[in-house]
Design a protein around this ligand. Structure first.
Ligand code: SF4
Ligand code: SF4
Length: 669
């Protein structure tokens, strides 16, 4: 199709495009190579299968939060794949006359139809996103407006230039029409034009389309559209457990604690930054953002990417001293200290970006290296260090709540089938103590062999860890693990989701880092069965080991705690307990199940002042009020406190907030 000199010129265009594409990719690879090492990528075939399913079935974008938007993304995604294939065809067509990738096959006919179909769908998709971004203007979309506009314009003119070419190609060579319905329709208007005119337009339109497409390709690595390459790679290397588990620091060996500078991040953190598609889904579901705080998980990632690119000359050669600290240069105080670690952001992110560890990493650096943290945490850390609980009440008083209840204690029993973990709230908080008493009633009624640790028990360390005090966390963990070893604990019942998550998912990962605990006991941690109270009570009811009198017609709702629900999949059990208590009286909150909205206490924020924006518990309380429920069931002492306070603030104290254990214990037959 092209003359000799045109082929030379076209080859130069290809080389220039390849250079413009490869150079920014090379820069990013140089940055990625500077990231700290991190093992990812085990279970290769499972990862690959999941990634292909997420990408090609678009499970990544067709999520509940934005199904319609997801479909528009499907149009653009498959449109891009189709036009990428056509670009290969066009390129070869330049060198080989009348080249067609799929020859005279049935698929070749079908493909010509698919291209026309996606020519229409891509324009619809681009128009939809342009309308959303520039007319509706949701907060989630307010970054890189110029980049977005350019992408939409390029998508449309790539499509239009293709149709221009296709119409003249079919008019000049009708045998190439195949099943191109749109091309045939457009070319019908060209009948009667002189052959010379058709031939001239055929070539001009070919060059025009090819130059626009190659310009687009050269622009891609400079834009957020680059996520079409980095996104699937990021999905492949995902770690869904990073929502609920923090990586332990080797206190003995680490030279830097947490994330002071970008060089303290791993290559996966850098990849996260390069994979963000700026969709803003994470921001939409973030309770901190929704309550008007300065934290947007999207901006955490967006600002990190900009920092990496701006600092690449210091980053790539590893010039640590020339790098500015991430805090406060990249992440501000109001961002770092307002995250509840609820994991809603990670749950909805289409490309599996891990926000929480970046935020907690900066907290660790601030607390452990700089001794800087919100002033009110002074009391929290002091109390934890002196009495191993956030309230600072003498540790010897930990079992005072059992007075007159005849609760078995491990020190007297030696060992039992179950250890009932009471936790700090269960020991010292007035609402938590009521839950602890309810649990004792249920366990006794069910005839289970259990005991508590009493005054020996220490805080599980969840809040300390999420507030960045990893050293304190590991100290508390070592003391508790020592007790598990002393009493050869095999089963732990928790009624606090934070304790549950910590014992089940985080203590076993400390293996090898606890010099005072024998290796055999560290290895045994993964074998200890940790049972959340909702998963214990539900089968007790089902098997008839405990029976309840049916409640009256009180309308009930349930607030899913982040650490039972989204983080650990305890979704069905609480609902089955409610169904056993009050059949037909249940109503869901607006945000429910995996999409639950945090109460505001997670991530250690129970112990900070919520001075920025609205109170998160007020937002959740409004959902409780809107549900019309008379009783709000919870399964976490922190959530119970937050909802109780929120309802009191809203003068809705008539709506009762009770833990599921209390509701069951109150109804025991
Ligand atoms: S974990 Fe929760 S609070 Fe923290 S950034 Fe993500 S959505 Fe926001
Ligand atoms: S982090 Fe994920 S959810 Fe948030 S804007 Fe980026 S791609 Fe979207």
């Amino acid at each position: 199709m092209l003359s000799f000199w045109e082929k030379i010129l076209f080859s130069l265009v290809i080389l220039a495009t390849a250079g413009a594409f490869i150079y920014p990719v090379y820069l990013r690879i140089q940055i990625l190579r500077r990231g700290r090492p991190e093992m990812r990528g085990g279970a290769f075939w499972r990862r690959m299968g999941d990634t292909l399913a997420k990408v090609f079935l678009q499970k990544c974008t067709l999520k509940r939060e934005r199904v319609f938007t997801g479909f528009m993304h499907v149009f653009i995604f498959y449109g891009a794949l189709t036009f990428d294939t056509m670009t290969v065809n066009h390129t070869l067509e330049g060198y080989f006359d009348k080249f067609y990738l799929f020859g005279q096959t049935g698929f070749g006919l079908l493909f010509s139809f698919i291209v026309d179909l996606f020519a229409v769908l891509v324009v619809i998709g681009a128009a939809f996103f342009a309308f959303r971004r520039f007319i509706v203007r949701p907060k989630a979309y307010r970054t890189t407006l110029f980049d977005s506009a350019l992408i939409y314009i390029l998508l449309v003119i790539v499509t239009l230039s293709y149709l221009y070419f296709e119409a003249f190609a079919i008019a000049a060579h009708p045998e190439t029409a195949r099943w191109s319905i749109l091309g045939k329709y457009l070319s019908a208007g060209l009948t009667g034009l002189p052959a010379g005119t058709l031939a001239a337009h055929f070539k001009i339109s070919w060059w025009l389309h090819v130059l626009i497409v190659f310009g687009f390709i050269a622009y891609v690595p400079h834009s957020k559209y680059f996520h079409m390459f980095t996104g699937p790679v990021n999905v492949f290397f995902r770690n869904p457990d990073s929502r609920r588990e923090l990586q332990p620091i080797d206190i003995e060996k680490a030279e830097v604690f947490g994330t002071e500078k970008a060089l303290d991040l791993t290559w996966k953190d850098y990849l996260d930054a390069f994979a963000c598609m700026e969709c803003g889904r994470c921001q939409d579901v973030c309770p901190a953002f929704a309550s008007g705080k300065p934290l947007s998980p999207k901006m955490i990632i967006f600002n990190l990417e900009n920092h990496l690119l701006v600092q690449r000359r210091n980053l790539a050669p590893g010039k640590r001293d020339d790098l500015p600290p991430l805090f406060p240069d990249v992440h501000a105080e109001g961002e770092i200290w307002t995250c509840t670690t609820c994991g809603a952001c990670q749950h909805v992110c289409p490309v599996e970006i891990e926000h929480i560890r970046k935020i907690v990493g900066v907290r660790q650096s601030e607390v452990l290296m700089q001794s800087r943290f919100p002033q009110e945490l002074n009391a929290f850390f002091r109390n934890m260090e002196s009495n191993s609980n956030p309230w600072g009440i003498g540790f010897s008083k930990r079992a005072d709540w059992t007075e007159g209840l005849d609760v078995p204690v491990m020190a007297e029993r030696g060992s039992t089938e179950y250890l009932l973990w009471v936790g700090c709230a269960g020991s010292f908080d007035e609402h938590g103590i009521e839950i602890a008493k309810a649990m004792v009633t249920i366990l006794k009624k069910a005839g289970l062999d259990f005991a508590i640790l009493g005054a020996e028990e220490k805080c599980c360390g969840d809040s300390a860890r999420r507030l960045g005090q990893e050293y304190l966390f590991q100290t508390l963990a070592a003391e508790n693990i020592g007790l598990f070893a002393k009493y050869q604990v095999k089963k732990i019942i928790t009624f606090c989701p934070h304790g549950f998550n910590t014992f089940k998912n985080e203590y076993p990962k400390l293996r090898g880092l606890l010099p005072d605990i024998p290796e055999k006991e560290q290895a045994r941690l993964a074998e200890i069965e940790v049972i959340p109270h909702v998963a214990l009570i539900e089968p007790l009811l089902k098997d008839g080991r405990i029976a309840v009198r049916l409640k009256g017609a009180a309308r009930m709702t349930y607030h899913d705690s982040c650490y039972y629900g989204r983080h650990n999949g305890m979704i069905a059990e609480p609902r089955r307990i409610i169904a056993a208590l009050a059949p037909g009286a249940f109503r869901e909150l607006k945000n429910n199940r995996e999409h639950s909205f945090c109460c505001g206490a997670g991530g250690g924020l129970m112990w900070t002042e919520e001075s920025l924006g609205r109170r998160i518990n007020h937002l959740r309380t409004e959902e409780v009020i809107a549900s019309g429920a008379e009783v709000a069931a919870t399964s976490c002492p922190f959530c119970l406190n937050m909802l109780t306070d929120g309802l009191k603030d809203k003068e809705k104290g008539d709506i009762k907030v009770k833990d599921l254990a209390q509701l069951v214990a109150d109804s025991l037959a």
